[in-house]
Design a protein. Structure first.
Length: 452
C-alpha cells in the first residue's frame, strides 16, 4: 500500500480516507468500508447470483474418446447455494471475502470489485463491493462486465487441448506445418528456428510482439501475424521464458486453420455456448457495454482514482479477436470455465476435455527456466502454475494454476483444496497484477473461509 501522503483524499470524489483498519480507527473509515460493502450487496441482491451452470447445449463437441463425467452426488452447502441462486435467492457468501476487498475500496485503491468462489459442486461465494463507475454512482454488481485481458490465454490453451484430445494437433507440432511463414524464422545466431505449439503456449518461443494498439488495427489473426513475424527472434526457442503475446495468437491461428472456423466462433460453439457463458465475448453488445466496469488509475496530482482508457476499444467491432487478451467477461461467467478445469475437464455431467489434457495444461512445462511474474512459478499450456507457494501465492496449494489480467483481474484453480477463485477489478496502473496486494488479500481471505 502507498503511504498516507500518496493516498486519495477523502474530500475528493472517489477518494477515501487513508487510515488503516485497526482498533481505534477513525469512525469515518469504518463508515467507508460499510459503504463499500453496502453498495455491492444491494447490487448483488438486485441482480441475484447467476446460476453456476446452464443446461447442456448440443452445439459443443467433446473428444470422442473422453468418458462422460458423473454428476456430482450428495448434498453440500455449495449445491444448496447454487440452487438458491437459480431460484432467484440470495447469493452465497464466504465470511471475510467481501470485507477484504472493501478495505481497498475504502482506501481509494480500487473503485470496486467482484469476487466469485466455487468448488466442484457449485458456487460458494458471489460478492460485489464498491462502485463500477464512481462519477455515475453506479454500484458494482455481480454481473458487471470486465475486460479480462490475459485471462483469455487459458481459454486459448483449452481450445488447443481440445484439438490435441481429438488427435488433430500435438503440442510438439512445428507451427510452420500450419503457417508457412514460420518456416523462414532464424534465431539470433542465424540458425533455423523450429517453433512448436508448446513453445508458443509456454512463452518460450523467442517471438517478438507488436504494441496492443497496433494489434487492434488488424481485423483478423491472419492479418496480424505477418507484422509480428517481421521482428527478429529474441532467443533460440526453448532456451528462455519471455512473456509473449504473438505466440498465443499464433496458436489460435493454428486452431482456425485446423477447424476451418474463426477463433471466436470456435470458442462460442465449443466452450462459451455449452458452458452457458453468455457474457463472455470479444465483442460486447450494447447491453453488455452498459454493464462494463470503468477502468481507473490513481492520479498523483489529484490524489484520487480517475477514469482511464479501457484496455480495448469496445466500439471497434472490426478489430481482431485477440487470443492473447481480447475477451470480456463477468465473474459468474468465468467461474463456469474455471469449474470445468477444477473438474479435470468436466462440469455438471458434461465433459469438455480429457483429464489427461487438463493435467498437461496445468503441468510444469518450463522446467528449470525462470518463469512467471511472482516467485515460485512455472508455466503450463498458456497457464501459470504455482510450483512453490510463497508471498502472494502462499495460501494456494502447489499445483494451483490460472492467469491474471493486465488491469488486476485474476482467476485461479486450486485442485488440492478444491476451489476456483475469481477476482475482478480494473486499475490500469496496478503494476504487476499477479503480485498485487488485492490478489494476496483475496486469496488469504478465501483460504480462511474454506479452511476445514
Amino acid at each position: 500500500m502507498p503511504d498516507d501522503a500518496n493516498r486519495p483524499d477523502a474530500n475528493q470524489p472517489g477518494g477515501m480516507p487513508a487510515n488503516a483498519a485497526v482498533p481505534g480507527e477513525p469512525r469515518s473509515r469504518r463508515a467507508f468500508v460499510r459503504q463499500a460493502l453496502a453498495a455491492g450487496a444491494a447490487a448483488t441482491a438486485c441482480c441475484g447470483a447467476p446460476a453456476d451452470a446452464a443446461p447442456p447445449s448440443s452445439s459443443a463437441s467433446a473428444p470422442p474418446s473422453a468418458p462422460s463425467a458423473a454428476p456430482p452426488s450428495g448434498p453440500s452447502a455449495a449445491a444448496a447455494g447454487a440452487a438458491d441462486a437459480r431460484a432467484g435467492g440470495p447469493a452465497p457468501t464466504l465470511p471475510g471475502v467481501n470485507e477484504a476487498l472493501a478495505e481497498f475500496v475504502a482506501d481509494g485503491e480500487i473503485a470496486g470489485a467482484v469476487t466469485v468462489v466455487a468448488d466442484r459442486d457449485g458456487l460458494r461465494h458471489v460478492g460485489a463491493v464498491g462502485r463500477a463507475d464512481i462519477a455515475a454512482d453506479r454500484p458494482m454488481a455481480a454481473d458487471a462486465l470486465f475486460w479480462i485481458a490475459s485471462m483469455t490465454k487459458p481459454v486459448t490453451g483449452v481450445a488447443v487441448m481440445m484439438l490435441v484430445d481429438e488427435g488433430r494437433l500435438r503440442l510438439s507440432d512445428p507451427i510452420a506445418d500450419y503457417i508457412p511463414e514460420f518456416a523462414g524464422l532464424v534465431d539470433p545466431a542465424g540458425r533455423p528456428a523450429a517453433i512448436t505449439l508448446e513453445h508458443a503456449l509456454t512463452h518460450t518461443s523467442g517471438l517478438g510482439d507488436v504494441p496492443r494498439q497496433q494489434a487492434q488495427q488488424a481485423t483478423s489473426l491472419a492479418e496480424l501475424l505477418p507484422s509480428c513475424l517481421a521482428q527478429p527472434l529474441k532467443f533460440t526457442p526453448g532456451t528462455k521464458w519471455s512473456y509473449c503475446q504473438t505466440g498465443i495468437n499464433a496458436a489460435a491461428r493454428v486452431v482456425e486453420i485446423v477447424t476451418g472456423a474463426p477463433f471466436q466462433d470456435v470458442l462460442e460453439q465449443r466452450l462459451f455456448g455449452p458452458l452457458g457463458m453468455r457474457d463472455t465475448t470479444f465483442f460486447p453488445d450494447d447491453d453488455q457495454c452498459a454493464r462494463l466496469a470503468t477502468t481507473y488509475r490513481v492520479s498523483a496530482a489529484e490524489r484520487r482514482l480517475v477514469p482511464d482508457k479501457p484496455g480495448l476499444d469496445v466500439t471497434n467491432r472490426r478489430r481482431v479477436a485477440l487470443a492473447n487478451g481480447g475477451l470480456f467477461s463477468t465473474g459468474p461467467d468465468y467461474v463456469r470455465f474455471a469449474r470445468m478445469l477444477l473438474g479435470r475437464g468436466a462440469v455438471d455431467g458434461r465433459r469438455f476435455l480429457s483429464a489427461a489434457a487438463v493435467d498437461t495444461l496445468a503441468s510444469d512445462l518450463t522446467g528449470p527456466l525462470a518463469a512467471g511474474f511472482v516467485p515460485g512459478s512455472c508455466w503450463g499450456v498458456a497457464t501459470a502454475v504455482v510450483r512453490e507457494p510463497q508471498g502472494v501465492t502462499a495460501t494456494l496449494a502447489p499445483g494451483s494454476f490460472g492467469h491474471g489480467g493486465a488491469h488486476g483481474t485474476q482467476a485461479w484453480i486450486d485442485p488440492v483444496r478444491g476451489v476456483a477463485q475469481i477476482l475482478l477489478f480494473l486499475r490500469s496502473d496496478v503494476g504487476n497484477s499477479d503480485g498485487s496486494p488485492m490478489r494476496e488479500r483475496f486469496h488469504a481471505a478465501v483460504a480462511r473461509a474454506v479452511a476445514p
